[in-house]
Design a protein around this ligand. Structure first.
Ligand SMILES: [Zn+2]
Ligand SMILES: [Zn+2]
Length: 338
């Protein structure tokens, strides 16, 4: 019987373990993908540590998957064998729940997450439902495309839906895996782009990524500096540090939004009275649909936005994950599978 190599989490807290599993035929409405690359996202820690309710183990993580369609299940008509595709965080939806009937597939009550509710891309193959697929343009290599399917779509899609218009001042807090993409997208979307981080040593990098200005949160009050620039229409908060996010709220201009995508479990500290006078908002944003991913990939290719990646072979999934977790990776970690 044909087998496929995968790195699974055997039980919560255990290291990834290489296993050879039987190659599965796709069921109705599913496709089997020969994986070429898979990004490692910080959210994979939920699977590794068992901090996500209802997960079954063993489980293969990975929701930044790029590969080629290898086999079509019954009833799949809009994808073809050999086609380059990706699967991101949004791993499928039911089509009939209240949210789906409203066209809001991301909020599906029975929504699937690739690498959480079914096995993901730390593997040579995966089987995914057809509605989870995003087409990958030919000009993008798999390693370049993979991180755009979670980190990329989350930053691009949150910014393009933020209400900010070309010319508006948009600040991006944090220059890590999300932030280094956020700065590039903000610049390419036409915003007056201000990068906010800690340390004078980040300035050159911020400007190289496309920021018009750089504010060092260690050198002074960045919120005050944002007000001096006119106040931010949007602050995209990417570094998962609730205290630093909270400190920037006074930097919002009228009708400004603190747009939170850096997943911290700590509370934001904002006085209600801060929000009222200038009609401020605090909003969260989760990734996007596969169509949003497709548009993220196309936009990135066209505009030159690229993730900076450290690449490991699949066999080094544990080392790659440790590198991601260390916070020292510049900036995303990607498994090259083929
Ligand atoms: Zn992710
Ligand atoms: Zn649904």
């Amino acid at each position: 019987m044909a087998t496929t190599r995968a790195f699974e989490v055997p039980k919560p807290g255990a290291p990834f373990t290489g296993v050879d599993r039987p190659l599965r035929a796709p069921g109705p409405g599913q496709v089997r993908i020969a994986v070429e690359a898979c990004g490692i996202c910080h959210s994979d820690a939920f699977v590794r540590e068992g901090h996500w309710p209802g997960l079954a183990y063993p489980r293969v993580p990975g929701h930044e998957v790029v590969g080629r369609v290898e086999a079509l299940g019954p009833g799949v008509t809009d994808w073809r064998e050999g086609q380059r595709v990706g699967v991101g965080w949004h791993g499928g939806h039911c089509g009939t729940c209240e949210a789906c009937r409203a066209g809001d597939f991301l909020q599906c009550a029975r929504g699937l997450v690739c690498g959480f509710t079914y096995d993901g891309g730390y593997a040579e193959h995966l089987v995914a439902p057809q509605e989870a697929l995003a087409a990958v343009p030919d000009g993008l290599d798999p390693v370049a495309a993979a991180p755009l399917l979670c980190a990329g779509v989350t930053t691009f899609n949150s910014l393009r839906n933020s209400g900010a218009r070309a010319g508006d001042l948009v600040a991006v807090q944090g220059i890590g895996g999300l932030g280094h993409l956020g700065i590039q997208y903000a610049r390419q979307l036409g915003f007056r782009t201000v990068a906010v981080s800690r340390g004078a040593d980040k300035r050159a990098l911020a400007l190289e990524l496309g920021a018009h200005e750089y504010l060092d949160q260690e050198a002074g009050d960045a919120a005050q500096a944002l007000q001096a620039l006119g106040g931010a229409r949007v602050i995209l908060a990417t570094a998962p540090n609730a205290q630093l996010m909270s400190a920037l709220v006074p930097g919002l201009g009228r009708n400004g939004t603190l747009l939170v995508i850096g997943a911290s479990a700590d509370p934001l500290q904002v006085a209600p009275a801060q929000l009222i006078g200038r009609r401020l908002r605090i909003q969260g944003w989760p990734s996007g649909t596969p169509k949003d991913s497709e548009e993220t990939l196309a936009f990135s290719l066209r505009s030159g936005v690229a993730s900076r990646n450290e690449v490991f072979p699949l066999a080094q999934a544990n080392e790659a994950y440790a590198r991601m977790l260390s916070g020292a990776a510049r900036f995303r970690v990607v498994l090259k599978v083929r």
